[in-house]
Ligand binder design. Structure first.
Ligand code: NAD
Ligand code: TYD
Length: 350
């Protein structure tokens, strides 16, 4: 039996990861530590909440005493750190909480793990800290080229700067103490349970509610989209087989402009739900400050070293995703009646 401390497991990717792991393995016990910010949602965990190999603890990754208690109670083998403030627009408005959670929280987890795993001058075997990071740490690409693991770090937003700082702390614990670590840097995810402040669920939700779709700038910024389950399978491989100290980029060469995504979703909903859903909803708004132009991952390393490849094409993944939101309107309504509603009003004065 391996014990995983998964942090931020009530969010979008963390909840998908927990379900993926518990469905796949019988010999893994998961402790999910999540403080339930606006982005954390217990409904995301309905399918696993009564699983024998699962335990939820509400709490903050910055809380040293709590994290120590967890390590004292459970013999933690792997920490998989998803917990973060994750939205670029929020980081532009309020950077402080990004530093607190993303940097100081990660540092706290590193310190407690290091103390718990210490064995003389080294570390107990079979232990590892996995930092879930993002391609945004590399900054922005021009029209050509891809992010490789050794591309210089050049973050632009307070969000990506905080994630970069955390990555550097994690790397320093390997370089200085030889603590076993991996860092994964994935491109934009999409799929079930994504909070509707992010582009894809925002488009779906606004179309279904006849609200304008805000397009930042010219809508030609490019993101490299990966279906969330493919991200989960990559993290699983890195946890089990990633070479300690290594960084792995995760992405599937799926670059699309924001307008491609918007048009694709409108067309699907127009055909399959309501022919009143149309491009009339598209509304150009001021560009995001410091808006990165293009992200694109080179996944050669994880493909060649760990044999990972994405199984879901964009064409298949986007339909699965839209259909999931259509089949789970209650989930979306519960969110939009709460914090998202306020957020939307503040952001767009609608
Ligand atoms: P999310 O915002 O949906 O979820 C974040 C979760 O962390 C929430 O459940 C929240 O309650 C929890 N959390 C926040 N602060 C906390 C704290 N101080 N202590 C404990 N829990 C806390 O985020 P996501 O999209 O699922 O992203 C998860 C991770 O993956 C993040 O680290 C993010 O940087 C990274 N990532 C995301 C993407 C993407 O496209 N969404 C891509 C690459 C990497
Ligand atoms: P987002 O989902 O916030 O992810 P990230 O900024 O981390 O890549 O945004 C994806 C792209 O969509 C990004 O180029 C910004 C753009 N965008 C809009 O044009 N309108 C919106 O309302 C949102 C949320 C994003």
């Amino acid at each position: 039996m391996k014990n995983y401390l998964v942090t931020g497991g009530a969010g979008f990717i963390g909840s998908n990861f927990i379900a993926y792991i518990l469905n796949k393995y019988k010999d893994i016990y998961i402790i999910n530590l999540d403080s339930l910010t606006y982005a954390g949602n217990m409904e995301n965990l309905k399918s696993v909440e009564s699983h024998n190999n699962y335990k939820f603890i509400q709490g903050d990754i910055c809380d040293k005493g709590l994290v120590e208690d967890i390590f004292n109670e459970y013999d933690i083998d792997y920490v998989v750190n998803f917990a973060a403030e994750s939205h670029v627009d929020r980081s532009i408005k309020n950077p402080d909480v990004f530093v607190k959670t993303n940097v100081m929280g990660t540092l706290n987890l590193l310190n407690v793990s290091k103390n718990a795993w210490a064995d003389g001058e080294g570390f107990k075997s079979g232990k590892k800290f996995i930092q879930i990071s993002t391609d945004e740490v590399y900054g922005s690409l021009g029209d050509t080229g891809f992010f490789k693991e050794d591309t210089p770090l050049d973050p632009h937003s307070p969000y990506s700067a905080s994630k970069t700082s955390a990555d550097l702390m994690v790397k320093s614990y390997f370089d200085t103490y030889k603590m076993p670590i991996n860092i994964t840097r994935c491109s934009n995810n999409y799929g079930p349970y994504q909070f509707p402040e992010k582009l894809i669920p925002l488009i779906i939700n606004n179309c279904l509610n006849n609200k304008p779709i805000p397009v930042y700038g010219d809508g030609l910024n490019v993101r490299d989209w990966l279906y969330v389950e493919d991200h989960c399978s990559a993290i699983d491989m890195v946890v089990r087989r990633g070479i300690s100290g290594e960084v792995y980029n995760i992405g599937g060469h799926n670059e699309k402009t924001n307008m491609d995504i918007i048009n694709n979703i409108i067309e699907y909903l127009n055909k399959n739900v309501d022919d009143l859903i149309s491009k009339n909803l598209i509304t150009y708004v001021d560009d995001r400050k410091g808006h990165d132009k293009r992200y694109g991952i080179d996944p050669t390393k994880i493909k060649e070293e760990l044999g990972w490849y994405p199984k879901t094409s964009f064409e298949e993944g986007i339909i699965k995703t839209i259909d999931w939101y259509l089949g789970n309107k209650q989930w979306m309504d519960n969110i939009t009646m709460g914090s998202y509603q306020e957020y939307y009003k503040k952001m767009y004065n609608k």
